[in-house]
Design a binder for this molecule. Sequence first.
Ligand code: SF4
Length: 363
Amino acid sequence: MIDPWSSAIIDYEKLREQFGIKPFADLLDDIEEPHPLMRRGVIFGHRDYGRIVKAMREGNSFAVVTGMMPSGKMHIGHKMVVDQLIWYQKKGAEIYIPIADMESYSARGVDFETSRKLAVEEYITNYIALGLDFEDKDFHIYLQSENKVVEDLAYKLAKKVNLSELKAIYGFSNSTNLAHVYVPLIQVADILHPQLEEFGGPKPTVVPVGPDQDPHIRLTRDIAERFKSTYHFISPSSTYHRFITGLTGDKMSSSKPKTAIFLSDSPEVAVKKLKTAKTGGKETLEEQKETGGVPEECVVYEMLLYHLTPDDKELKEIYRDCREGNIMCGQCKQDAAELVEKFFQKLSLKREKARDMAESILS
Ligand code: SF4
């Protein structure tokens, strides 16, 4: 069982085998200009992504749905979803972003006013600053608590779901509050509502998620089947990306500041944090020169892989130099720190400019 509200580290291979998630690499050759996260294996799995590939190839409409749960600060790992959304926007997708204030309230105890504030100041501001186009005609963002269509659909869909099923999927106990028990149905409706007739549905829909969110995907796909004759839903597709490792070597988490570089950090703070990151270096310089480092166990390398080195060739060279002991961690960290500094300098300027627009989005 996977708990979408815990921060446990997940064994990706086991998850793929256990829940029938297909390897993403098998589809790579069919995708025109795949996203770097796809090429580099960060997006490692999918369900029914062939439908999305076909829609992109044939120029048919398709939707991307991915929620944001405003319960804390946005860290650099969260940027991955925005990067994917920007890519999908260029591919002509309709984008739907539910702000999961109901989930935040029921699962994290965050009140609605705080959720709204966090959504604007943290998430929407950063999404705009990172380059997502909020003015695109096919872009939609909403608060769950204010979307009547989603609310109505969730209620109707709940008719064919029972408590024991939710207990089996999510591990709910007799003491779980009922708002928390109900909120997965809101998420199911978030994912399926772009397929309603009034939104031009049915249409292929993809949900890019971290693997911890797979229980929601499985539930949504099951419910889509149960309501096929009523709404003609196409079972939603999904992709799964690896989590970025935290600076300490644990999972990066907003609730554990020592593990995370926040997007609101100043360039100086971000650089300082990067310099504390766990590396895959050896005990001594001699040993590293002789046997090389281990980029697979290095948080600095992961930062380059996920965010800082767009050029595949350059990344391969860093990997090889590390493996062959041609580069030492001190120098490598210094090079990465310069990239982090530049990235955060640009981002903080863009965040300043994004603020006013962010304020107006939900009003
Ligand atoms: Fe990581 Fe660079 Fe050290 Fe290799 S040389 S382990 S990539 S910091």
